[in-house]
Every structure is written in structure tokens, then in C-alpha cells.
Design a protein around this ligand. Structure first.
Ligand code: SF4
Length: 340
């Protein structure tokens, strides 16, 4: 699913990740979970793309592949960063599978991840300063006073002010929203171009959630950061993202500009997800197709459409034919369905 953009920040092509199950010391695994299956998309600098789907659909695996916490089974992830002069190791297109250890530090300066549970991703014994300064220390950036200045500056930026009152607190002395602000500060402290945000607001109460979403939006615009925003909630993606990709059992089944996707959803799964989003207009009723059964793990999935077993519109054609390839039905609006 390519965009007309001639020089994307990120190009993902035919990405696959399979996890073996079963097997043992002397026995090869015969079964594989196809967590990510032939996923392709592009992202521009400063763009936010929502990756939306139910828990277990493979969206976090995509995020971890993009930040190189996992390696793909097949396919490629290529970045083209705009700051090669600062990072000579990253001049030109950089394919993540070719990154060697001497380039890894430069890559980590450009690509960061914010996790769902800020409490779990922080060491309870370390102060806010230790947590945020850690990437600077690992990368050997600045001396002690410069790091302190930079951490204070980033605390201001994420709204933890006055910075001096937060620097030496520990995670248990912070609210959930404050902890997530620290996690955001840690991801941004070395000035990345691209951030994967994995359900960053799902563990927060409603008021903290709104505040964090506003903050992330403001920072993305101010700092020109591109986000892959992973969420199960289409309403959140609608609020946060320029474009939305809907994922089902390892496949992207629909991708479009946010307003286009919400106005004109073409895939039965997208329509079902949308029916769960409250409409601000009570006179506008959507009649979604009811999806059948529950999400199952994609263990050695059959070739046919991944959504076949739950699709209320499935036909004999869908049973016989392989999973439909994505087709561009309107400019920038891609869908993978035989009947769309
Ligand atoms: Fe449903 Fe067939 Fe479309 Fe798959 S291809 S989503 S089974 S209608």
C-alpha cells in the first residue's frame, strides 16, 4: 500500500513475522503463528498513522519490528532520515536488517518506542532524572550539567513543571498520567524522527487520556515527529492520526486518510469496528455487519481471506480464492476484500 510520496521517511515492504510454536530440543516446530503477514505501507516525515485492530491482531509486533526490538522473518523496513549530516551512519536509505552494531546507536537516536504501561517500563528505584537521562548516558551525549539541562527542558516540554520538583521523584510518587509523560520525555529526549506509541493512553483514566493525547499531538506538530500510533480504539486513532490502517490477524485489510476511512469504510471488519465508535450525530445510524465469533490465533492460517470465518458477507468466492491483495479503490484508499 504505497503512497504517492516520492521520498517517504519509512517504507515497509512485504513484512512477515512468524513465531514457531511446539517443537522442542530435538524436534523442529511444525506450527507457526503468522503474527504479521505481508504488510506494506509508507509513512512521510511528521505524519501520524494509526494502526488499529483487536488485541492479538499483530499491531504491537509491527511496532516492535519497526524499532528493531524484533527481526522480521521476511520483508524489509527502510528508513530515510532527514539528518544524515548529524548521523553519518544513517546517510541514505537504511534497511533495518542491514544495521550493524556500530549503526545501532545512531538508529536508536532516530527511532523510539513508548509502551502501554509506563510503570512496567520504568525501574521503580530510579528517579525521573535517571529514567529520562538514560538514553543520553547510553549514547554518550553531553556531560552531567548538559544532561540535567536537557532533562529539565524536556520535562517542561511534556508539562511536568516546575521541572525541579519532578527530577528526583520515583515512579510510585507520580500519577499514571505523570508517569506516561515521563515515558514520553524519555522517548523524545534525544530528538527522534519517528516514534512508535503502543496504546500509550489505554491504562489511564479519561481525563489523563485526553491530556496525554493532546500533548502527543502538540509535540508531534512542534517537533515534526512521525508517529505510528497503535490502538484498539478507532475513536482515538480518529483524533490522533492523519491516516489509519486497520489490521486483522496479521494483515492490513484497509488503509486510508482518516476522514475518508470514517466516511467511506469499505471492509466489513472496518465497518464493524466503526459501529462501536459512538457517533456525535445521533440521527446518523450505522448499520454494521455483525461479525461472527471471536478472534483466533493465526496458526498456520489457510490461504483464503483472513476474515472469512467471521465475515457476514463471505461468499463461495472468498472461500475458494486466496486472501485478496490490497487494491486502491480511491486515491490513497486501499482495501483487501473481494467484494469491496
Ligand atoms: Fe468478507 Fe470475502 Fe471480503 Fe473477506 S473477501 S472480507 S470474506 S467479503
Amino acid at each position: 500500500m504505497s503512497s504517492p510520496d516520492s521520498g517517504p521517511l519509512l517504507a515497509v515492504d512485504g513484512l512477515n513475522k512468524r513465531f514457531p510454536i511446539g517443537g522442542g530440543l530435538f524436534r523442529k516446530p511444525t506450527d507457526f503463528i503468522h503474527a504479521v503477514d505481508d504488510v506494506s505501507f509508507r509513512m512521510s516525515a511528521g505524519e501520524s498513522l494509526g494502526l488499529v485492530g483487536e488485541s492479538g491482531c499483530g499491531k504491537t509486533t509491527v511496532g516492535k519490528l519497526l524499532v528493531k526490538l524484533l527481526e522480521p522473518t521476511d520483508g524489509s523496513i527502510t528508513y530515510r532520515f532527514a539528518t544524515p549530516a548529524m548521523d553519518p551512519h544513517l546517510a541514505g536509505p537504511v534497511e533495518t536488517s542491514n544495521i550493524r552494531s556500530r549503526q545501532l546507536g545512531a538508529f536508536r537516536r532516530q527511532v523510539q518506542m513508548i509502551f502501554q504501561d509506563p510503570y512496567e517500563s520504568m525501574n521503580p528505584r530510579r528517579t525521573v532524572y535517571d529514567t529520562i537521562a538514560e538514553p543520553l548516558v547510553v549514547q554518550g551525549i553531553g556531560h552531567v550539567q548538559e544532561r540535567l539541562d536537557r532533562v529539565s527542558e524536556i520535562l517542561d516540554l511534556v508539562g511536568l513543571t516546575p521541572a525541579g520538583t519532578f527530577l528526583f521523584r520515583r515512579p510510585h510518587e507520580l500519577s499514571g498520567g505523570q508517569r506516561q509523560r515521563v515515558a514520553i520525555a524519555r522517548a523524545l529526549v534525544i530528538g527522534p524522527s519517528f516514534v512508535v506509541a503502543d496504546e500509550p493512553t489505554s491504562m489511564l483514566d479519561v481525563s489523563s487520556r485526553t491530556a496525554i493525547m493532546l500533548l502527543m499531538q502538540e509535540l508531534a506538530e512542534r517537533l515534526g515527529i512521525a508517529y505510528l500510533y497503535i490502538t484498539h480504539d478507532l475513536a482515538v486513532a480518529r483524533y490522533m492520526c492523519h491516516r489509519i490502517a486497520v489490521m486483522y490477524l496479521g494483515k492490513i485489510v484497509e488503509l486510508a486518510d482518516t476522514e475518508e476511512l470514517l466516511r467511506n469504510p469499505l471492509h466489513p471488519y472496518t465497518r464493524a469496528l466503526l459501529s462501536a465508535v459512538p457517533s456525535p450525530d445521533p440521527t446518523r445510524r450505522r448499520e454494521p455487519p455483525d461479525i461472527l465469533g471471536d478472534l483466533s490465533l493465526p496458526v498456520n492460517p489457510p490461504q483464503r481471506c483472513r476474515f472469512y470465518d467471521r465475515c457476514p458477507l463471505a461468499t463461495d468466492l472468498c472461500r475458494r480464492e486466496p486472501h485478496p491483495p490490497p487494491e486502491e479503490k480511491a486515491p490513497g484508499h486501499w482495501v483487501a476484500c473481494h467484494l469491496a
